[in-house]
Structures are given as structure tokens and as C-alpha cells.
Design a protein around this ligand. Sequence first.
Ligand code: FES
Ligand code: FE
Length: 436
Amino acid sequence: MTDELKLVLVDKEQNRFRVAREAFVRPDVLGAEYERIFDKCWLYVAHESEFRKAGDFVARTIARRNLLVTKDTTGELRAFFNTCPHRGATVCRESAGNSKNFQCFYHGWVFGCDGRLKSQPGKESYGEHFNDHGEGNLVPVPRFASYAGFCFVSYDRDIVSLEEYLAGAKEYLDLVANYSESGMSISSGKQEYAIRANWKLLVENSIDGYHAVSTHASYLDYLKNTNGSLSSVKLEGKSRDLGNGHAVLEYRAPWGRPIASWIPLWGEQGKAEIEQIYNRLVERHGKGMAERMAHSNRNMLIYPNLVINDIMAITVRTFHPVAPDYMLVNGWSLAPNEESEWARKYRLSNFLEFLGPGGFATPDDVEALESCQNGFSNYKAVPYSDISKGMGNPAPNYDDELQMRAFWTRWNEQITGGAPEPAVRGVPSPASRAAA
Ligand code: FES
Ligand code: FE
């Protein structure tokens, strides 16, 4: 077909990788993403540490569906659609808490934290066998599983196991889980904000080493001026395609890490504490792994919309599109349970200082993403974005764009159904539109 839109163009001979900007602006592309990506992947929903006691729950919107995740009285985690089987009302209207029962506010049906219907006002008006087959219970999400403490749901009953889906990302989730001797936990308080940009711009940005020096110049200057002996702000490292659309960049950077990279700003007391943490890592994991855990940073994408930024703090971040040019973002801080008050103070301060919505990084990133989205208003005249950096490089650097190509390649497979000549049928190509 001559009027097909090729959303991802790959020229291996010329090392060119381009993405059509229509992919960021068209409502029908977003519709296809919901159907072919968000309904067909494993999606992060919560962390196991958010459920300590029976009855602990969180209510979250994951890819347009309201979900309720609970810990039942046997200690099992469960995920339900947060809609009343009676006539549809949202059953749990709080975002988190503890409750053994959930009463629908509309007509008063009550469900246990295992999802079972426990009572109905006017029960005698219903048939005796009304709930014999569980039609009155909360409906479970088709698939729910966790790996290394990270809980995921899938709306696709037939999806591969979570472990198979995570592919090479498992090694990095294990690495994060292994920081702690007593488990990792989400700290209380979360970051919640919106960006007037397409969700895939935040995918790109979250694993983009290339922008750090220019976009975050003010933070790097701040580090230089507060770190005492810091004379260089050099970043260096590599990026890896982890399979199934997941990718990571791993690099050295000049900031301090409560696990376990000291900076002069933290003084002698901090130095002693960091040394202790480091020595414990060596005891448990050996020198090589301890060195990597302590001194390397990792920004990882778990396809399609989970980012784990293991940098000066560990941020777990998800984002969901609401419109082609609008997304909602949530960020949580993850930390070792046994961390001292001193280290926790620096971790939380880093979580806000660099990564917070009012910090050094996020406002600059948001500005960049919204600026790109504005730029896409010219998509007919300037139809493609270029994502070729480092394409011919056999050992891609942290600031190459291999990570983004890993995402876009999987995205394209899912959107096009794996067509060898990726194209969306019946959609005029950017070139033909530009010529029109
Ligand atoms: Fe929930 Fe009627 S809609 S009890
Ligand atoms: Fe950034």
C-alpha cells in the first residue's frame, strides 16, 4: 500500500533509526497502544512491602482500569477490578489503608479482602443460590505475579509468565532486592504529577544518558560546588538491551549513594557509615558485585512503563497516558529496611532534590518533554525524530540511544503485530501528508 504510515524506520546500512512523530500525537495510535500494548503486557502495580498486615490495600489506576490490591487474611496478595459486581460503583475509594471489609457506598454490598461477597442489604430479595458461583464477588485481574518484591498485573490471561517476560531485567531487579539484608521497602509518601506530553517521551527520557550534561547542567554545577573535592562531573558507562523492550544504562556518576558511595559533603561520620555498608555488601555478595552495587548507577526501563532509577536514591516510577499529549506520573522511593536514620535522611533528600517534581531534574525534564510535544505540532513538515546515536557501536555507551531503540523495536512489533515491513495500514504516511 502506498498510503501506509511507517512509524519506525530502520536503516541498518546507514545506521539510521527514526520514529514518526505521528506516534506521539494521534489518538488512534494511543487507542492501538491500549489495545495492543497495555492490554498485552505485564504492568507494575505495587511493591510487596506496601502490604504488611492482613487487610492492607492500595487502589490504583493501571492502564485506565481501577484496581484494588489487597493482602487477605491468609497473607495472600490479590488484585481485583475495583468495580462493584452489582451495578458498577467504585468499591474502594481510598488510595491506601487497612480494612478487612470493603463496603460499596452505592447500595451497601460488602466484600472481604479476599474479594468474596460477605453481605448485601435486602439479601432476602435475591435467590437463595445467588452467589453460589461467585458472580457476586469482586472480579480478580486475570494475571497477578511478583518478582523480587515488584508486583505486576496483566489483563492478558494468556501472557507468558512474569519471569519469562522480564527476561534480562531480572538480574537488575535482583540486584536492587539484594541491597538489603532484611528486605527493601517503599518509603511513605509518593510523588504524583502530570506532564503535558506523550508517555513515550518519558520512556525515552528516563533511559536517556545523552541529555544529562545539558539538561541537568545546574545540578551538576551544584554537585561541583557542594561536594568539596569533586573536580570533575564526568559520567561514563554502558547501555544494554535486556530483551522484550526492557533496557538499562549503567554508569559512574559524581553524586553520593547511600548504598554505598561516599561524597565529601557527608563528612567523616558519613564516611564511616558508608564503609560499614560497603563492607557488608562485600561480605554478602563478594567484591565485584559490591563494587558494582555501591558505585554504579542504573536507569532501567521495564517495558512498557516502569522505570527504576537506581541513582542517588532508588525511584520506582510509572506513568500512564490519559491522552496523546498528557500523562500521569507516580514515583516512590525504595530503601533497605535496615538503613540508619542518617542514610535515610540523605536518601530522602536525594529523592526530592534531584528527582522530585520540584527538584533539580524533574522540572527540567518536564520542560524538555513538553517542548518536544509542542514541537510535534509540526509533524507534517518535520515527520521523524532521530534515535540513531551509537547505532553502529558494538559496545554502546550510556549516552547512546540503544535503550530507546530497544523500546521502540518492541513497541513497533506490538503495534504492527510483528509485521516484517512495519506499517500501520490505511494511515497516510508522513511523507505523503507533507507532500499533500
Ligand atoms: Fe455496589 Fe450497588 S453498585 S452495591
Ligand atoms: Fe533527566
